[in-house]
Design a protein around this ligand. Structure first.
Ligand code: SAH
Length: 269
């Protein structure tokens, strides 16, 4: 693999355009696109995970939140506090716009309505938006390649760690990916849950005409990395739908729920 393809952190700061990303991947059109199908599938999975009552607690930390909130909509009913995080400052700014109800914020209401329908009451979407806004307590800079991904902040260990579509983008090779999962594990309580979503076998993704690196991994490599980081895998599902050919070259995505082993400290390198 040619490592120069990797999209550096500096390139994320200069080239990741949150508005274009949201428009290309998170806008519901009249005919559901591949991107819409994937989004709805992930939302249904998250609904099932968080409505089961098994994954709940005081604190959920979302890693590599990007400019998006869809991944928090079902989770927010099960946690008292949510922390969101990303490397890219303009994504944190975009999140703040939505949290502050800025007029220029992205309109998530079609997505929120979809989740409220899954939860049984499509009329409650405005209430859900409010409740999510209330629960997001910190918006933090994060770098998954660091031993302390959130820096020297004093946060309690989380009951749940959520990360969607971040590690494939952030890690240049498999050893870095394996280490990133271990780095993240330090943020999670023993016995806590990891909800992990990403593309399979994708070597790039597009935002408009900008190309971004993606680490191409098989499902076996993903599961192996999660187990090596000290988790048991409770659920692993392949979502067979791929992104539009013009957006990425993935072969489906995976949806994983893991639980951090009580003695996993000994497994960390
Ligand atoms: N979670 C969102 C965004 C995914 S896009 C979603 O589900 O759509 C990939 C994200 O990874 C971007 O927001 C980018 O800023 C972030 N990222 C890239 N390198 C990173 C790093 N080293 N640490 C943390 N986040 C990183």
């Amino acid at each position: 693999m040619v490592e120069s393809n990797f999209t550096t952190k500096a390139a994320y700061l200069s080239h990741f355009n949150p508005q274009t990303y949201l428009e290309k991947y998170y806008t519901f059109g009249p005919n559901p696109s591949a991107e819409n199908q994937i989004l709805m599938h992930i939302l249904r999975k998250l609904f099932k995970t968080f409505s089961s009552g098994r994954v709940k607690g005081d604190l959920l930390i979302d890693i590599g939140t990007g400019p998006t909130i869809y991944q928090l909509l079902s989770a927010c009913e099960s946690f008292k506090e949510i922390v969101v995080s990303d490397y890219t400052d303009q994504n944190l700014e975009e999140l703040k716009r939505w949290l502050k109800k800025d007029l220029k914020a992205f309109d998530w209401s079609p997505v929120v309505k979809y989740v409220c329908e899954l939860e049984g009451d499509g009329e409650k979407w405005a209430e859900k938006e409010e409740s999510l806004r209330q629960k997001v307590k910190h918006i933090l800079k994060c770098d998954v390649t660091q031993n302390q991904p959130l820096g020297p902040v004093s946060l309690p260990q989380a009951d749940c760690l959520l990360t969607a579509l971040c590690l494939d983008a952030a890690c240049k090779d498999l050893p870095t990916y394996q280490q990133a999962l271990k780095n993240l594990s330090s943020l999670l309580k023993p016995g806590g849950f990891l909800v992990f979503i990403d593309a399979l076998k994708s070597s790039y993704y597009m935002i408009g005409d900008q190309r971004f690196f993606s680490l191409s991994l098989t499902q076996e490599a993903v599961k192996d990395a999660v187990v090596k980081a000290g988790y048991t895998i409770q659920e692993f599902e392949v979502i067979s739908q791929s992104y539009s050919k013009t957006r990425a070259n993935n072969e489906g995505l995976f949806y994983l729920v893991g639980q951090k082993l009580n003695n996993s400290v000994g497994l960390q390198s």
